[in-house]
Design a protein around this ligand. Sequence first.
Ligand code: 13P
Length: 331
Amino acid sequence: MSCVSASTRRSVTDDLAQEIRQLKEKIGATILAHYYQDGEIQDLADVTGDSLKLARAATRVDSPVIVFCGVHFMAETAKILNPTKRVLLPDLEAGCSLAESCPADKLARYQEMLRLNGRRFQTVTYINSTAATKALSDWIVTSGNAEEVIRRVPPDVEILFVPDKHLGAYLQEVTGRKMILWDGACIVHEIFSVQDLLKLKKQYPQAKTIAHPECPANIREHADFIGGTENMLKYIGRFAEPTDFLVATEANMMWQMQSRFPQHRYHPVPGITCACNKCPHMARNTLEKLRDCMVNLAPEIHWQPEFDQAKKVLERSLLPTAPQAPAPVGD
Ligand code: 13P
């Protein structure tokens, strides 16, 4: 087994970072990176953010190339919202357990069954989904705008919420709207250990616990703050004095927290099987693959027929100026 020393890895990282900066200039690229990417990737990005901020940022990119450091549905969303740009994703296999749990054909069959049973509903879909699934939806939400979008659903129709049952359950609690929930979950957020969280709370009795709404109720009920990644940063920003935070979301998020608010201490809530919980899909993107995709101008997200309809739904849901109303529901 080969063993690379820390200083060798540092110099490789520095060389790669330098190469990536030069390639960025050469090909005219803007790098967008999600907070769940490794710190060294976030460090090179023009914009870091949550799903909502990055989707909106994609619409404002004026360089010819967007390099999206995140998972497939995020890069796909960027392409849909800014179709004339070439959108590159360092690893095309960077998927999402939530998107996988709700394939479009299965959703279409379920919607049909509800309609045949006389149910009048609108489909509210988490952005962690494929474009084909988005195209079957009335609304798209992110952790950052879900409550606001759900308030736009007429009160006299039911809500079919897909694919995250934990986020859906949380939204039921905060909006008071009853929902039909799809049986999907995020493999990262579903496995936080309640026992370990309670141990940490004992160890740091003054600590604030922050949890992503994709966490199950048994974690959320111990949280002082529940919110998506951007809102977590806003919450931490309210603390001037050094504070301990117990963090129940993907572990790379703490890199961003640490860089913005270094006066605090951040403790990852462990997963059931691991000390710190990382998304295996996000981890597929590496500095090497980031460099290679800029050299090869591939892998690229290409326009698909379902993007046309997904674009309409995304625009009316995520872009503040979008005036369009959803199509009538029911049959
Ligand atoms: P945020 O939009 O809160 O960053 O969440 C993205 C995500 O995929 C969580 O698993």
